[in-house]
Design a protein around this ligand. Structure first.
Ligand SMILES: C=CC1=C(C)c2cc3[nH]c(cc4nc(cc5[nH]c(cc1n2)c(C)c5CCC(=O)O)C(CCC(=O)O)=C4C)c(C)c3C=C
Ligand SMILES: [Fe+2]
Length: 431
């Protein structure tokens, strides 16, 4: 490998360098494998999940589906929504191709461009911003999505718009801030090191100068979902286990039914979405000061699970099934009628489920003595109008949690399928 193609992990030492060189060589040649994991390369789901749990792993960039959806949720997030500022279709197409190259390199632990740190010499701006140089791949995944507004008349894409990609309707209680809403494109960068996630977004935005501009962004810490049975269930900022009943990577039938767009889901212009998924993002402020003065009983009744174990009320273990018919000692439903898990459960929604992949956030304070903290809700699904919309309508109407939360940002994106060797983002869309 030439000096220009060396990984940022070169600094890790000889053995690390050798292993990583393989990853990077594979990555730039059109494939990427996790270091020393043959099963991952073969696509065995449980081994892939286990490999991805290693905090510094390189996650394969290419595959049937984009990485970052069923990849075991990493600990950190940098999410950005962008607007396209050019009207030149070719500039946008070229950017998506350039992003693919840079994203593939960064997920393998390499600089955004060969020799990116200093290889361009003293008279040019470096092609990599440098803050992740020497850091491992850190489980980085970069997932791209296209917003409904990308399919207006600017780029001749109107006929390519999937029918399922529609702006979300207004929900009761929404307090949406236009400065945290919408976007032509999104990039979801997840990693186990915040510096690696931020570096990835920063370098893609840098590449897009003059073509795209950041509309809004969100940092997240502490995943609020497990997306694999190999992961322990994390806790959200209300202190409750979150993600117990999620659709998980090992659940092939559930993914096919609820997460991946099937070939015959979208006819005509939207057929390029087969194998992709729709992403709903909601910035949900949590009024933690009010919650923190609320009794344990009330907290558990609002969620419908106990705080310590995460067990459904009336049961004792986290993964015990929810029993909505069970009565408590007072003769009332053990899981209250307005409990969050009752209303969000598939039995209340005609079998609807979604894959949740959210993160905690704290963005300073609001100037009047409260933390601006909450849950950056990210969820993947096959059809937002048939899944998120009815689910959120049911929650907006009756959820006991509404007293403690406020949705103040919102967006929806079509995340295309994964890339085969030699393919790049936008190729199918612009074909
Ligand atoms: C529209 C979808 C959902 C929003 C918005 C949402 C916000 C939200 N959720 C929690 C905390 C928990 N949610 C839990 C379960 C759960 N939540 C949703 C959907 C939305 N949540 C679903 C589909 C489920 C699973 C329901 C089921 O099938 O049992 C839980 C329990 C643990 C778990 O199963 O994950 C918690 C806790 C917060 C704090 C929040 C907004 C800030
Ligand atoms: Fe929830």
């Amino acid at each position: 490998m030439s000096d220009e193609g060396l990984s940022r992990r070169r600094l890790l030492g000889a053995s690390g360098t050798a292993a990583v060189a393989g990853v990077v060589a594979g990555a730039v040649g059109g494939y990427a494998v996790s270091r020393g994991d043959d099963d991952a390369a073969a696509g065995a789901p449980s081994s892939t999940a286990a490999a991805a749990l290693a905090l510094d792993a390189a996650i394969p960039f290419r595959g049937e589906h984009q990485a970052g959806i069923i990849t075991p949720a990493q600990d950190r997030l940098h999410f950005v929504a962008l607007d396209v500022v050019t009207t030149d279709r070719e500039q946008l197409r070229q950017l998506l191709e350039d992003w693919t190259r840079a994203a593939e390199r960064m997920t393998a632990g390499a600089e955004a461009a060969p020799g990116g740190l200093v290889g361009g010499g003293p008279n040019r701006a470096p092609e990599d911003t440098g803050e992740a140089y020497g850091l491992p791949a850190s489980g980085l995944t970069i997932t791209i999505g296209y917003g409904p507004s990308l399919f207006d008349d600017r780029f001749g894409l109107a006929s390519r718009r999937p029918a399922a990609l529609q702006d979300l309707p207004a929900f009761t209680g929404d307090q949406l801030d236009p400065r945290r809403t919408g976007g032509d494109l999104c990039i979801q960068a997840c990693a186990n090191d915040p510096q690696v996630a931020v570096h990835a977004v920063r370098n893609l935005v840098r590449l897009g100068f003059g073509v795209v501009a950041v509309r809004w962004s969100q940092l997240g810490f502490g995943r609020t979902s497990s997306t694999s049975t190999a992961q322990a269930t994390p806790r959200n900022l209300f202190g409750f286990k979150d993600g117990t009943a999620n659709v998980k990577a090992e659940e092939a039938a559930g993914l096919a039914e609820h997460v991946w767009v099937a070939p015959d889901d979208e006819s005509g212009g939207g057929a390029w979405m087969a194998g992709g998924s729709y992403l709903v993002a909601r910035r949900i402020r949590m009024h933690i000061e009010i919650w923190d003065r609320t009794s344990l009983q009330e907290q558990e009744d609002v969620i419908g699970r106990d705080k310590k174990e995460g067990a459904p009320l009336g049961r004792s273990k986290e993964f015990d099934p929810l029993d909505f018919a069970r009565k408590g000692p007072d003769g009332r439903p053990a899981i209250p009628v307005d409990a969050h898990v009752r209303l969000a459960h598939e039995s209340n929604l005609g079998g609807i489920r979604i894959l949740r992949r959210g993160y905690n956030f704290t963005d300073g304070s609001d100037g009047v003595g409260h933390l601006d903290a909450g849950l950056f809700f990210l969820a993947y699904m096959r059809h937002p109008g048939r899944q998120f919309v009815p689910m959120q309508r049911a929650l907006a109407k009756a959820d006991g949690l509404n007293e403690y939360i406020e949705h103040n940002g919102s967006a929806v994106f079509a995340c295309p399928p994964g890339l085969k060797d030699g393919e790049h983002w936008g190729q199918a869309l612009f074909a």
